[in-house]
Design a binder for this molecule. Structure first.
Ligand code: VGL
Ligand code: ZN
Length: 218
């Protein structure tokens, strides 16, 4: 990968769900999830002057919780009006300590925080749209109004919320990058002996999302 020169005026770092609920000891722990904080802080101290962050922010009884569906277990997949929904352990509970941004995350350059998953009957993985893929969060309008052209995504989980955000950013016309070593995934088994990490990577490459590492950005 050749070096990518960050333009601090039109490039933005997108920090997805860097919340203790997705880290070791949290309710929906991603292996090594806390390892994203240090590289993200380095990116925030270095090339990027602007960032946005998301928080997964559910009320108790949310549709994505297995506990809301009697007889179902975490990681089951059910049919819902907007398609298929993977069920998760209760996580990202509004105002709980584990749903805050990780206390070690440098927040000075985070210009906007988008909370998603706040509708009880629809999940939201992406920073841009609810899982019906059409209800907007408003982030696209904010980015456009501020003149950002390229979106560099990182955080948790690489194969769910970061991947869905990258897919939507690309389809909205942003040049989109996924910073692999500042992200960690759930890597669940998926169809055809492939993991959700492999499957999402393939889908994103098809849509023109570029995979980069922190050291490529300067
Ligand atoms: C996420 C599953 C459920 C994520 C959020 O942040 O990737 N995954 N809610
Ligand atoms: Zn969630």
């Amino acid at each position: 990968m050749t070096r990518i020169a960050i333009d601090p005026a039109t490039d933005i770092l997108g920090i997805i769900d860097v919340q203790p609920t997705f880290m070791p000891g949290g309710e929906l722990a991603v292996a090594d999830g806390d390892a994203v904080v240090a590289p993200i802080n380095r990116l925030l101290a270095g090339p990027f002057q602007h960032a946005f962050a998301t928080q997964d922010w559910h009320a108790p009884g949310h549709i994505s919780f297995a506990s809301s569906h009697p007889g179902r277990a975490p990681y089951d997949v059910i049919d819902v009006p907007y398609g298929q929904q993977t069920l998760w352990p209760d996580h990202g509970i509004q105002e709980s300590a584990s749903a805050a941004l990780h206390p070690g995350l440098a927040q000075a350059r985070i210009g906007v925080i988008v909370r998603k998953g706040t509708f009880q009957h629809i999940d939201s993985y992406s920073a841009f749209f609810e899982n019906d893929r059409k209800t907007p969060t408003g982030l696209d309008g904010w980015l456009r109004a501020r003149g950002f052209k390229r979106v560099f995504l990182c955080g948790l989980a690489a194969d769910f919320c970061v991947a869905w955000s990258a897919e939507d950013a690309a389809s909205l016309g942003y040049e989109t990058y996924m910073i692999e070593d500042a992200s960690r995934g759930v890597a669940m088994p998926g169809p055809g002996n492939r993991t959700t990490m492999d499957l999402s990577r393939g889908r994103l490459i098809e849509r023109g999302v570029r995979f980069v590492r922190c050291a490529d950005l300067g």
